[in-house]
Design a protein around this ligand. Structure first.
Ligand code: NAP
Length: 336
């Protein structure tokens, strides 16, 4: 008999077909995520789960799922999963790193350009007739933004995505890169001239601060009021990592009171964001709905990576994107 897998949202046809050669597949085909209680019930009945970042895979769920052997997350971030608990229970957790690096780095640049050149504001200006009503086709001071060439890009978290964003900054826009990370990245220092800074120094120095750390207890609200006050008044903050890395209330104050010039935000502490949220009233913020990896290429490859991880596990091999490596000390991969 095939092991069962519950997939919490409709992915792509071919990767699902690949998975179904090894597993009995059930897909949650509604647009909305399965409610927690439903997830709890499904997880009890299956050997494998494919989760999204909106699915809460907590210790309660893991402990009450005696058959569960693997959680294959359809994302690179896994802050929705209690990893320590999974490891203690011998449950493998995998993610989909690398295949969404390019898409997320490109979205980061889309936001940087949208804020620095006031693209969204300008679009509204044209679309809603303000330009037309002004009866002025061109003015030396209309919609002024700032150039990127020669400016300093501050990368918080120089991992896969941060490294790619930095490279585009140096090679594409002639920027200087400073970075902060828990470990020094000597390869990036050599190849693109990135310079290490402590976080406080990076915030003081950078014209653009872009965040690429995972959400962990150490990074939660790391960009708080004190840190936002260190930034230049002309600087912009971009977050395509996780909303809770930034203290949103402090960010609203910073944007409203002009401690910083603008922000480009893809990820929020509260998702989906209410249209009544104070951020939506701020012209100097560009807001997009968590679309960092939202390209056909990335989302398809993520589904393929999920299939690769599940199939490797089925075959008794280490899944290529194993997150909790210590789990191998407790249990070998596979269902035997
Ligand atoms: P990654 O390669 O693991 O990069 C993260 C970097 O941050 C690593 O260099 C890591 O160092 C460093 N780091 C970890 N904790 C830190 C801390 N406390 N202080 C400073 N640096 C720290 O991950 P990635 O593939 O670039 O993805 C980064 C994050 O982006 C993901 O975790 C995810 O939350 C987010 N993301 C969002 C979207 C979206 O749709 N908006 C899409 C993809 C990813 P170590 O490697 O030494 O831990």
């Amino acid at each position: 008999m095939k092991p069962k897998v519950f997939i919490t949202r409709e992915l792509f046809k071919e990767p699902i077909e690949r998975i179904s050669q090894y597993y009995e597949v059930e897909v949650w085909d509604r647009y909305h995520q399965p409610p927690y209680e439903v997830l709890l019930g499904k997880a009890r009945e299956v050997e494998a789960l494919v989760s999204l970042l909106t699915d809460r895979i907590d210790c309660r769920l893991l402990q009450s799922s005696p058959r569960l052997r693997i959680v294959a997350q359809y994302a690179v971030g896994f802050d929705n999963i209690d990893i320590n608990c999974a490891t203690k229970l011998g449950i493998y957790v995998t993610n989909t790193p690398g295949v969404l690096t390019e898409s997320t780095a490109e979205l980061t640049w889309a936001l940087i350009l949208a804020v620095s050149r006031r693209i969204v504001e300008s679009d509204v200006f044209v679309r809603w007739g303000e330009w037309y009503r002004s009866s002025t086709a061109w003015h030396p001071k209309m919609m002024l933004g700032f150039e990127l060439m020669g400016k300093t890009l501050g990368v918080v978290g120089l991992g896969r995505i941060g490294r790619r964003v930095a490279e585009i900054g140096v090679r594409g826009f002639g920027m200087k890169v400073v970075y902060y990370d828990v470990v020094r990245n000597y390869e990036a220092e050599r190849e693109i001239g990135a310079e290490f800074r402590e976080l406080r120094d990076l915030l003081r120095e950078a014209d653009i601060v872009t965040i690429h750390v995972p959400l962990t207890p150490q990074t939660k609200h790391v960009i708080n009021e004190d840190y936002l006050r260190l930034m230049k008044k002309t600087a912009i903050l971009v977050n395509t990592a996780r909303g809770a890395v930034v203290d949103t209330n402090a960010l609203v104050k910073a944007l409203r009171e002009g401690w910083i010039a603008g922000a480009g935000i893809d990820v929020f502490e509260e998702e989906p964001l209410s249209p009544n949220h104070p951020l939506t009233a701020l012209k100097n913020a560009v807001l997009v709905p968590h679309i960092g990896s939202a390209t056909y290429e990335a989302r398809y490859s993520m589904a393929d990576a999920v299939a690769d991880n599940l199939i490797a596990f089925y075959e008794g091999k280490l899944p290529p994107n194993l997150v909790n490596r210590d789990v191998v000390n407790l249990r070998s991969p596979g269902f035997k």
